[in-house]
Design a protein. Structure first.
Ligand code: SF4
Length: 198
């Protein structure tokens, strides 16, 4: 029997381009609760020839509403910090490990994460970025497995053929305020990612 995660993997593997994959993901029904509660699937945005890609956890309310990734408060801070290190959003690929918003922004379940993995893995393979910035613990664990942000943040890790740079999620930077350490370190890590990917 084909399980939902396997069905996603097959559909993703059969997607020759990011555009085709995004179209297929928009009609994905692998996670029944998310299908019942979502407004839009948010496949992400990856410009042609991208060198730097950021990976978050899951869409929030504004992303679900618009179908676009990182358009809420976190997205605005990400744009600002990228701008401060000399990078525009148009140069950066933006994905989430999960393409549908979990209701009430609850954490994705293990099953949902597993179901959606095939889409994201194929997106990364098609985009082939120089560096992937993993925003927050969830995206970091998606790549590196069980770990803590404190143990791996701010350094490049070779994983699955990618150079992965774990850092804080912009929502943590917002929570701790403009003078907080997460914001300073996120900016520092984005600067490193920009340098390494240029
Ligand atoms: S979260 Fe991913 S696997 Fe689950 S329904 Fe949405 S697109 Fe499909």
């Amino acid at each position: 029997m084909t399980t939902p995660d396997l069905a996603v993997r097959e559909a993703a593997a059969a997607s020759p381009t990011l555009e085709v994959l995004a179209e297929r993901a928009r009609s994905c029904t692998a996670c029944p609760e998310l299908v019942a509660t979502r407004t839009h699937v948010v496949p992400g945005a990856v410009p042609e020839g991208v060198r730097l890609l950021v990976l978050g956890e899951a869409p929030g309310a504004q992303e679900d509403e618009s179908g676009l990734p990182f358009v809420g408060k976190s997205g605005r801070l990400l744009d600002q910090l990228l701008g401060e290190v000399g990078v525009s959003r148009a140069q950066v690929g933006v994905l989430n490990t999960l393409k549908c918003r979990p209701p009430g922004n609850r954490p994705p379940t293990r099953l949902e994460t597993r179901n959606c993995r095939g889409w994201t893995e194929r997106q990364l393979a098609l985009a082939a970025p120089q560096v992937v910035v993993a925003l927050g613990l969830s995206a970091t664990r998606w790549f590196l497995g069980p770990t803590s942000l404190a143990a791996v943040r701010g350094r490049l890790h070779e994983q699955g053929g990618y150079r992965v740079l774990p850092t804080y999620h912009p929502s943590a930077a917002i929570r701790f305020g403009p003078e907080g350490e997460p914001r300073r370190l996120l900016r520092e890590d984005l600067a490193l990612a920009a340098e390494v990917s240029s």
